[in-house]
Write a protein that binds this ligand. Structure first.
Ligand code: NAP
Length: 435
């Protein structure tokens, strides 16, 4: 009975759904031993360090991950870094297939003057900072300003803007990092402006996230009704309107029309505003935009500009995949054809298709890659697994170790009235895993 050894690199949603697809494909005649390798001492990827803390429902998918981890043949090797603790070549030679599920963690740059000023922060740093990612606990975030601008019209921009615009007391019952909560509680920000470079009809927000905005209890949300009306006219003129777009525009219309509470905290969505420069002395002070227009479905710059005085700019304009020795990055993704990289190396998730799609998108994507792998499997290699590749004494956090970390965080969270209190110190996490 052939048993194949599979290495999955990256313990985020794409990695777990890959493991699940292998588990589902098992028969009496075909079995898989799955080693999941993760750089951090903790698994769950973006479910732990990406999903906004005020959206706890999205995180319940972690229950699925834990079920996958309990299936025979699954092993977790956290605190093991590809390219440092183990090479891709070694994995390739020791496993029947290697699946890279390493995501896209590098924030794209605007490429405009002033972007490197202090307090112009990429969402790739800001989001893991408030989510207690151990590598980002020391990100310098200064909220001593009344206005923040978030660049980008996607769901990450919306998460970031909400986190800045909420009454921080609303974050008390969440797993927001303690260091971030402290800074957010002292925040002077009362106006957060999301700026999209194209029209409302081109925004990458999704309707459920837009519909949640008017429900914010302590924040008023504004959209210029005229911008929404004009967008509606433009799309109607172009012919039949696709369902998702219709829902988005409808959700935006509701935001524009809903009655405001008259509270101090404000969140605004602006469109057709393309950032062209950031000004400031010792930190960000002002951001300059070109006003764009849409003509015949095409977006172009006008000769008009405007500026917003703001002491914080967060860019949420997409991500690129992280480079590893031996891996080629093309257009921000690991270069691949339908998930095949080269030899017995495959890729899935954001690293494969770019940073698009919600957590569930990874399920079908990973299932397709697993089908491709199974079709190309040859004789099992029966080589030694990752243990033989790691230096002796390397402190792996295995599934049991992770369960200890998880339990410790949940217990301290219970005492504080939160789902968990995340440990942010890398060494403490490893020690907890070995306690
Ligand atoms: P995204 O959805 O691709 O949005 C990126 C935004 O950045 C777009 O509006 C894009 O505008 C803009 N942008 C790109 N380059 C720019 C530039 N140079 N100047 C100004 N704007 C620029 O990416 P994301 O927000 O990072 O989200 C990634 C994926 O995760 C998405 O599929 C998203 O739905 C998902 N996600 C889901 C949730 C949720 O379900 N709650 C939460 C977070 C993320 P253009 O369109 O003009 O390029």
């Amino acid at each position: 009975m052939p048993n194949y050894h599979i290495a999955i690199v990256g313990a985020g949603p794409a990695g777990y759904f890959t493991a699940q697809a292998f588990q589902k494909a098992q028969t009496i005649d075909l079995t898989f031993s799955i080693d999941m390798i993760e750089r951090l001492p903790t698994p769950w990827g973006l479910v732990r360090s990406g999903v906004a803390p005020d959206h706890p429902k999205i995180k319940t998918v972690s229950k699925v991950f834990e079920k996958i981890a309990k299936v025979d043949g699954f092993r977790l090797f956290a605190n093991v870094e590809l390219g440092k603790d183990v090479s891709l070549k070694d994995l390739r030679e020791n496993y029947d297939a290697v699946v890279l599920a390493t995501g896209s963690a590098v924030g794209r740059k605007l490429g405009i003057k002033g972007e490197d000023l202090p307090n112009c922060i990429s969402a790739a740093d800001f989001v893991p900072w408030y989510n207690a990612h151990p590598d980002f606990k020391d990100v310098s975030v200064d909220l001593n300003t009344d206005t923040a601008v978030v660049i980008g019209a996607g769901n990450v921009a919306m998460d970031v803007a909400r986190m800045l615009a909420l009454d921080p007391a609303e974050l008390d019952p969440t797993d927001t990092a303690e260091h971030a909560l402290k800074v957010l509680k002292a925040s002077k920000i009362r106006r957060v402006i999301i700026c999209g470079r194209r029209g409302p009809e081109h925004a990458a927000f999704t309707a459920p996230e837009l519909r949640d905005l008017p429900k914010l209890e302590h924040t008023d949300v504004y959209i210029d009704q005229v911008q929404i009306d004009q967008a509606n006219l433009r799309v109607e003129r172009m012919g039949e309107v696709e369902k998702d777009l219709k829902n988005n525009l409808e959700a935006m219309r509701l935001i524009a029309e809903h009655s405001k509470k008259g509270v101090e905290r404000k969140l605004e969505l602006k469109f057709l505003a393309a950032p062209i420069g950031i000004k400031g002395g010792t930190k960000v002070e002002e951001i300059i935009f070109t006003i764009n227009e849409v003509k015949n479905g095409k977006v172009s710059a006008t000769d008009k500009t405007f500026s917003i005085k703001a002491g914080l700019v967060v860019t949420a304009i997409g991500y690129d995949a992280v480079e590893y020795p031996g891996i080629k990055i093309e257009y921000g993704r690991i270069s691949n054809i339908a998930g095949h990289v080269e030899h017995n190396i495959y890729v899935t998730g954001w690293a494969k298709r770019g940073p698009v799609g919600v957590i569930g998108t990874n399920k079908s994507d990973s299932a397709d890659v697993v089908d491709l792998i199974i079709d190309s499997l040859k004789e099992p290699k029966n080589t030694a697994g990752i243990e033989s590749l790691l230096k002796s004494g390397h402190k792996v956090v295995d599934q049991v170790g992770w369960e200890k970390i998880n339990a410790a965080e949940v217990i301290s969270g219970e005492l504080a009235g939160k789902p968990r209190l995340k440990e942010v110190d890398w060494n403490k996490l490893i020690n907890l895993g070995h306690s």
